[in-house]
Design a protein around this ligand. Structure first.
Ligand code: TRP
Length: 456
């Protein structure tokens, strides 16, 4: 029974939660964002920071987030209201809802590119690029077109709204069950092909042999932000997914599974991209366009590249859509639970507003239509503020809440539900988790944020 006693939908099966949560976690964050950030931030040094953040901060905060949701069976705002009187904590839930909405607005632009690339793959357009520069200029040309960019953004938002409109279980669970394994298999195939290309070994060195002098506060902030972004943490997405989870399931083990799957997909994608980047003599630090410049070259060279390219962009688009769905679901759950809006009204209104906010992001890729905000493009600034600031701040408060405010005796009791055996065997785990939530995670997050903002 939930505290609220409400009668909510639940995941269809035990694996349903892990699959759906992994569906939310695995997406463009792994395949598009991780490689481009690694390329901008010095490769292996960044990867080291990122993995360190996943293990030390990501997993403990993920457990905390799922646990809040599972205990209250509510959206982020309702959860905090159920657990605490003060308006402050409700506000933290509210910040998550806002962050989700901002992330969705730029994420949907990139999801649009992947949809557009399905079309490029089908028409055979992606197979003309022996030379990386030409693949690059093709991307630049496409994204400079407002029609292409905004049209695809709208398509993504319409698809996302349709899935969320028809409810939790049917849409999300079904989609991720089919697409996740397919994407995984395709990526592994691509990785093996990439590794056979001459010069690819340099890519591996770049990814796994750290040049420590590359580490600075910005690299650390990017790694921390990416850990949160990739695991869908810090804004209540995992909390909301946890709210559809039953008490019988094992929260810590699920969290570790999600982290392992998510990180493996990122590393495999990294190997694919950087083996090709180095085999074709490209620059690793071109930013958000990296995979769209790199992959057409592999598809052109590899046997069966035509079909492979189509399958790849279909699978990637679906992975992106499972993520856009989870982002829209958070805001929708808020308006349905808190404001008593009918689900359909919530989906239509919020989806439309997100689409409008996405338009300036979509227009950020042509000098004619891009607006400059403090030296960033609109796309760049929404991405930076939501991923590198709002998510870590959200994670900070989730750690503080579960570590200090909720009452750790109760927390211990709740986290043990469904994982009694685990904690009988490893009783120290609870203590370790408590120390991380109380001290390590909040202190690290604050230091990283303040120093990267130049405050300390
Ligand atoms: N984690 C997803 C990815 O890596 C993106 C995502 C989905 C997300 N839901 C989120 C990011 C919630 C932050 C918060 O592609």
């Amino acid at each position: 029974m939930s505290i609220s006693g409400s009668n909510r939908e639940q995941w269809g099966s035990k694996a349903g939660f892990i699959l759906a949560a992994t569906g939310s976690a695995v997406g463009l964050g792994n395949i598009w964002r991780f490689p481009y950030l690694a390329g901008e931030n010095g490769g292996a040094a960044f990867i080291f920071v990122y993995i360190f953040c996943v293990v030390l901060i990501g997993i403990p905060v993920l457990i905390a987030e799922i646990l809040i949701g599972r205990t209250t069976q509510k959206n982020p705002v309702g959860s905090f209201r159920t657990l605490h009187k003060s308006k402050f904590w409700r506000g933290i839930g509210g910040m998550g809802v806002v962050a989700g909405f901002v992330i969705l607005s730029f994420y949907a632009v990139v999801a649009g590119w992947t949809l557009g690339y399905i079309f490029e793959a089908v028409t055979g357009n992606l197979l003309n690029y022996d030379i990386a520069e030409e693949a690059s200029s093709h991307f630049v040309e496409l994204t400079a077109s407002p029609f292409w960019n905004v049209g695809l953004l709208a398509l993504v938002m319409i698809l996302t709204m349709a899935i969320v409109y028809f409810g939790v279980q049917k849409g999300i669970e079904r989609g991720s069950k089919i697409m996740m394994p397919l994407l995984f298999v395709l990526l592994i195939g691509l990785m093996f092909y990439g590794l056979t290309m001459e010069g690819s070994a340099q890519g591996l060195t770049y990814l796994f042999n750290p040049d420590w002098s590359k580490i600075n506060t910005n690299v650390i902030l990017a790694g921390l932000g990416q850990a949160f972004f990739s695991m869908s943490l810090g804004m209540g997405a995992m909390l909301t997914y946890g709210s559809y989870m039953s008490r019988k399931e094992n929260v810590p083990t699920s969290a570790v599974w999600i982290a392992v799957l998510d990180t493996s997909v990122a590393l495999i994608a990294g190997i694919c991209i950087f083996s090709v980047v180095f085999a074709t003599g490209q620059n690793p630090d071109v930013g958000p366009s990296l995979i769209f410049r790199t992959l057409p070259v592999v598809f052109t060279k590899m046997p069966g590249g035509y079909l492979f390219a189509i399958l790849f962009f279909v699978a990637l688009s679906l992975a992106a859509i499972t993520s856009t769905v989870s982002l829209l679901e958070v805001t929708t759950a808020y308006f349905v639970d808190e404001k008593k809006w009918p689900r359909k009204k919530a989906v239509l209104i919020i989806g439309t507003i997100t689409l409008l906010l996405g338009v300036p992001s979509a227009l950020s890729f042509s000098p004619n239509t891009s607006v400059d905000v403090f030296g960033f493009t609109f796309f760049g600034i929404t991405e930076f503020i939501s991923s590198n600031l709002m998510l870590p701040i959200g994670g900070f408060f989730i750690a503080i809440f579960v570590g200090w405010i909720w009452g750790f005796d109760k927390v211990t009791e709740y986290v043990k539900e469904g994982s009694e055996k685990l904690f009988e065997r490893f009783p120290w785990m609870i203590k370790g988790w408590k120390i991380v939530l109380r001290f390590i995670a909040p202190i690290l997050i604050i230091i990283v944020l303040l120093s990267s903002l130049g405050i300390i």
